[in-house]
Design a protein around this ligand. Structure first.
Ligand SMILES: [Fe+2]
Ligand SMILES: [Fe+2]
Length: 294
């Protein structure tokens, strides 16, 4: 089956909620304010309710009830509320929906959310651009939505893919190409194109296994590649059978060499620091996941 036939078969997939694109758009403007973000979040009641629930969860430890999005933005901060709202919209439109036989909603969501956090940590460390950080967070969050799509729309093929991964220790993307002729990165990238997502975000998804092949912004995509490896190393993969090489073995890989080209050296020492930072996000992740799934 070629990619066009596959895309035609998944016509009915719900598009990612419009609020995500709007938040990205509005917050990339210098003039965006607390009011703009608050207005957008209130426009989607399901997301507004979840953002407030999160602000009131024990994780943030506020004793007084947070009753409005404006107040949540003041006490949690603009960036935090923006990230939560974007994560909620991806969750509602993709991860909350019914998946196929192998879909473990919690496991898939935890992988994508932790990768979003990881990418944000790396962007903060290596890029230091708040707007780009928001886009990279979304890139990390949606990098593997193609797996959910393949599982849901091509269940028979997906069973074969997982069998190959398990029996022959192949990477999931290699097995996908063997069985379907395309992988989860390519199918998701094609859907994002159809949904008119910004080119940069689409490239983050298409090239997340091979940032060195991206036509632009290789360095940004390399951060998603690294965050993805970090999640695997912490035991947060999408499927139990899926394994990836250890990051230490990848320091000289084509994918991570890109960071050196941009003047950032990744050493075993700063890797430990990065892993510790990501580990500190695990309790936040579990809190968020429990809240959303219950
Ligand atoms: Fe992937
Ligand atoms: Fe991944």
């Amino acid at each position: 089956m070629n990619i066009d036939e596959a895309i035609a078969k998944i016509e009915d997939i719900p598009t990612i909620s419009a609020i995500l694109g709007e938040i990205l758009q509005i917050t990339s403007s210098e003039k965006s304010s607390l009011k703009d973000l608050s207005r957008l979040i209130y426009a989607d009641q399901a997301i507004a309710t979840k953002v407030l629930k999160m602000a009131n969860s024990s994780f943030y430890g506020f004793t007084q009830q947070v009753k409005s999005i404006d107040r949540a933005i003041v006490i949690l901060g603009f960036d935090e509320v923006r990230s939560i709202a974007m994560a909620m919209s991806v969750f509602e439109s993709i991860y909350l929906k019914k998946g196929g036989a192998y879909y473990n909603r919690l496991r898939s969501w935890n992988h994508s959310m932790l990768c979003g956090f990881g990418t944000r940590i790396l962007a903060d460390m290596f890029i230091k651009d708040k707007e780009l950080e928001a886009e990279l967070f979304v890139g990390g969050l949606i990098h593997d939505i193609g797996k959910v799509i393949i599982d849901r729309y091509f269940p028979k093929e997906f069973a074969k893919i997982l069998e190959l991964v398990e029996q022959e220790s192949l990477s999931i993307e290699f097995a996908e190409r063997e069985v379907l002729s395309f992988d989860h990165a390519l199918i998701a990238g094609n859907l994002l194109k159809k949904w008119k997502f910004p080119d940069q975000l689409r490239d983050m998804v298409i090239f997340h296994h091979h940032p060195e092949n991206a036509p632009h912004n290789k360095m940004h995509i390399a951060l998603i590649f690294l965050a993805d490896l970090m999640c695997h190393e912490l035991g947060y993969s999408t499927f139990i059978c899926e394994s990836k090489p250890k990051i230490e073995q990848c320091l000289d890989s084509e994918q991570l060499k890109i960071m050196q080209e941009f003047g950032f050296t990744l050493t075993p020492e700063n890797l430990v620091e990065l892993m510790n930072k990501l580990k500190n996000h695990i309790s936040k992740l579990e809190n968020l996941s429990n809240m959303m799934l219950n």
